[in-house]
Design a protein around this ligand. Structure first.
Ligand code: 8X3
Length: 252
């Protein structure tokens, strides 16, 4: 068998892009997915010097786009060894009675339903082959809620439950399921959450040394490169200055 093929959602930025870079260095074949074709093209032309890369453009929130993109993969790319369910984001941070309902729709549609659409399209072929690995990117927000996190935390708690249920369903078919739950990672995450309000976004990481996307990418590589008998079922990764969603030591 040649090098493993890895399917990454949300590959145009943050953890997804960093994971593409780390895995390209390790010669995994990559199917990079995102909404932005020109960004995907740029990453493909860069990483194409290291490994085989193809791209798929779709929005995980749109079921028909997900299904047609994945079913349209050529035979050269249709055997997916590892699915990394990374796409997702936080939108807004408000007390529950002030929440923007469109933000709620976006988080539930992307973080929960999008993950399910992609999983449902890819996992049947893993079951058929009795081989494969799904890595779900959860969050510390999926382990404990925090003030004003309400719906984002709910969406990541859903990922936690789906991850655990999926592992129970798929163990009998030889398909591994793993979850990675990052705490504070300095990607574009806070910028998206606060809709481009850089002042609010910069406060998230103020006075502390957050994780960077590459820290998570290295953990993903570790998880998918264990021997066949090892499944890292669940992990939490936080900056050294963080002990929980609500306890962060800041030197300001
Ligand atoms: C990212 C971690 O604490 O911003 O999912 O929710 S947090």
């Amino acid at each position: 068998m040649g090098n493993k093929t890895v399917f990454i959602t949300g590959a145009t930025s943050g953890i997804g892009e960093a994971t593409a870079r780390v895995l390209a260095e390790k010669s995994f074949r990559l199917i990079l997915c995102g909404r932005n074709q020109s960004k995907l093209n740029a990453i493909k032309s860069e990483l194409g010097a290291l490994t085989e890369v193809t791209t798929l453009v779709f929005d995980v929130r749109k079921r028909s786009e997900v299904e047609s993109a994945i079913s349209g993969l050529s035979s050269e790319w249709s055997v997916i060894d590892v699915l990394i369910n990374n796409a997702g984001n936080a939108h807004g941070m408000d007390e529950i009675h002030k929440g923007d309902i469109q933000d709620w729709e976006d988080m539930i549609d992307g973080n929960v339903k999008g993950l399910l659409y992609v999983t449902r399209s890819i996992v049947p072929s893993m079951v058929e082959r009795q081989s494969g690995h799904v890595v779900n990117i959860g969050s510390t927000a999926g382990k404990e809620a925090y003030p004003k996190g309400n719906v984002y935390c709910a969406s990541k708690h859903a990922v936690d439950a789906i991850n655990n249920g999926m592992r129970m369903d798929l163990v009998q078919y030889g398909v591994k399921v793993s979850q990675i739950n990052p705490g504070l990672v300095n990607t574009g995450f806070a910028g998206v959450r606060f809709k481009g309000d850089e002042e609010k976004a910069s406060k998230v990481y103020e006075g502390m040394n957050p994780l960077v996307a590459n820290d998570i990418a290295e953990l993903i590589w570790f998880v998918i490169s264990r021997p066949a008998h090892v499944n890292v079922s669940d992990t939490i990764i936080m900056p050294s200055a963080q002990a929980s969603s609500t306890q962060v030591i800041r030197k300001v």
